[in-house]
Design a protein around this ligand. Structure first.
Ligand SMILES: Nc1nc2c(ncn2[C@@H]2O[C@H](COP(=O)(O)OP(=O)(O)OP(=O)(O)O)[C@@H](O)[C@H]2O)c(=O)[nH]1
Ligand SMILES: [Zn+2]
Length: 293
């Protein structure tokens, strides 16, 4: 029985890529009793009959799944933030990083629109770039408009399934188009001038670049920390995880506990105050979230 990965779903067919070929398949298998709906990105087993019609027989367990865009088994998120227009905010970047990490997706950070930034703004961004790199993140900074540094993303796509994520207007669609011009995804300037909504009837598709697979649609531009538990939030801040090992209390949340190594590291400048403040802000947001029934 061949194995493959679903590249797109359209009009009741799942297009399964296997050994360089694409097989249109319908669902027919045990997974349907378990109410599993195949998603783009799923690894499946399938068979083809004498008429070359394909049937999905089983869906392998997912590493993760996103709802918007509906896609499974994402390895990597290209988290896009613009230096200006809209102005860079660590708070928003950190939210994306937390969300992405909570899904076991590897983030790479891309700062865009350097062509619009003042020298002073660039100095500040260089500092942020160093900060995030020191935490272990890959950070690429440049401009889609003047084609600066965006090619540095390409080697990071190799062998992975990636999505693009980030706040509205930072340049996600522009970046996707730059990576793969034939995508021709509508960017803000076009859709605004035509006065119609964006991504209205688009289906999700994994695009095969030479290096790897990229979802052809920007993912989660707005997000809530809905599914994250208070106790796991600290795990998504690499520096809190690192210094937290030396806290007096094992379950230290780095909040009001005494002898907290994280708070000491913030006080001595080993942890950036803005990162800790963002952690506390998310902490409170999660704590205040209404129970869901
Ligand atoms: N000057 C400059 N403009 C850019 C750059 N990247 C994108 N833009 C512009 O920024 C605007 C928003 O870009 P989009 O690619 O539509 O942004 P998006 O993140 O996909 O936005 P949403 O679809 O709303 O989430 C467009 O007018 C782009 O032309 C850049 O590097 N430099
Ligand atoms: Zn602590």
């Amino acid at each position: 029985m061949p194995n493959g990965q679903i590249m797109k779903a359209l009009s009741g067919f799942y297009y399964v890529r296997s050994e360089g070929n694409l097989y249109p398949c319908k669902g027919r298998g045990n997974f349907r009793k378990k109410k599993v709906t195949p998603l783009v990105g799923d690894y499946v087993t399938f068979e083809t009959d004498v008429n070359d019609e394909g049937y999905i027989l089983g869906v392998q367990e997912r590493r993760n799944e996103l709802i918007r865009p509906p896609i499974a088994n994402v390895d990597q998120a290209i988290v896009v933030a613009s230096v200006v227009e809209p102005e860079f905010k660590t708070f928003l970047l950190d939210r994306f990083l937390v969300l992405v990490e909570s899904k076991s997706i590897q983030p790479i950070i891309v700062f865009t629109k350097t062509d619009l930034a003042s020298e002073q703004q660039m100095d500040q961004m260089e500092q942020y770039k160093r900060d995030y790199e020191a935490l272990g993140y890959v950070v690429i900074m440049g401009s889609v408009k003047v084609e600066q540094n965006m090619e540095m993303i390409i080697p990071h796509l190799r062998g992975k399934t990636s999505v693009v994520a980030g706040q509205s207007g930072v340049g996600k669609s522009s970046l996707l188009n730059a990576l793969h011009p034939s995508l021709a995804i509508e960017t803000n300037d076009i859709s605004k001038s035509l006065g119609r909504g964006k991504h209205t009837t688009r289906h999700v598709e994994l695009i095969e670049l030479e290096e790897g697979l990229v979802a052809d649609t920007p993912g989660f531009s707005s997000l809530e920390l809905h599914d994250i538990e208070l106790e796991t939030l600290r795990d998504y801040f690499p520096e809190l995880k690192h210094y937290g090992e030396q806290c007096k209390f094992r379950g230290c949340m780095h909040h009001k506990e005494p002898k907290c190594a994280v708070k000491e590291a913030v006080a001595s400048g080993l942890i950036s105050a803005y990162r800790y403040n963002n952690y506390m802000q998310f902490y409170e947001d999660i704590q205040n979230r209404k129970p869901r029934y």
